[in-house]
Design a protein around this ligand. Structure first.
Ligand SMILES: [Zn+2]
Length: 173
């Protein structure tokens, strides 16, 4: 590492190159109306998006308005529990609080009937076999563990269908 040229007032003072400090962040998430409806549906093992009345795109989780058209998205759309891997990442880096065994795959999954992918885990397949276009399905926690959180879906796994055609997900890569 090259020596830094310090101003005169700092010369002679030992440079700190690194230090460790415990960090903690407590926060509350206020979901808002649209996301609250989505999360309550998840607690009932349902996936619900909202459609824009102008561009017809279905957003999940819904935010209550279309970011392109700026209009409310009030029509609710029940979505399939299956979808297509549009992109993915193989996680190889250990980090504090990690619960997954390395390596594992985090992917963007375009649920059938929606126009924006959600992020979730891919399991029950070797990490080096996950690929774009792979068809997957949600694996839910047991019914008595369902709650208003995407952790109600344990992960997604291949559903055995042939890969999706590139044209069906190219706009979500
Ligand atoms: Zn729109």
């Amino acid at each position: 590492m090259p020596e830094l040229i310090l101003p005169a007032r700092l010369q002679g003072i030992e440079q700190v190159r690194s230090f460790r400090a415990p960090a903690r962040l407590d926060y509350q998430f206020t979901a808002g109306l649209a996301t609250t409806r989505f999360l309550r549906a998840v607690a009932e093992k349902r996936l619900v998006g909202q459609r824009c009345p102008k561009c017809q795109k279905v957003y999940v989780p819904p935010r209550g308005a279309c970011p392109t058209d700026g209009v409310p998205t009030e029509e609710e759309v029940e979505l399939a529990h299956s979808g297509t891997v549009t992109t993915f990442c193989v996680v190889n880096v250990q980090f504090y609080g990690q619960v997954m065994e390395l390596p594992y795959v985090s992917a963007l999954i375009l649920l059938d009937g929606s126009d924006i992918p959600i992020m979730h885990l891919i399991q029950e397949v070797p990490y080096d076999q996950v690929h774009m276009g792979m068809r997957v399905e949600a694996v839910w926690v047991p019914d008595d563990e369902l709650g208003p959180t995407l952790e109600s879906i344990k992960y997604f796994r291949p559903n055995g269908e042939p890969d999706a055609d590139w044209e069906t997900y190219k706009d979500n890569v």
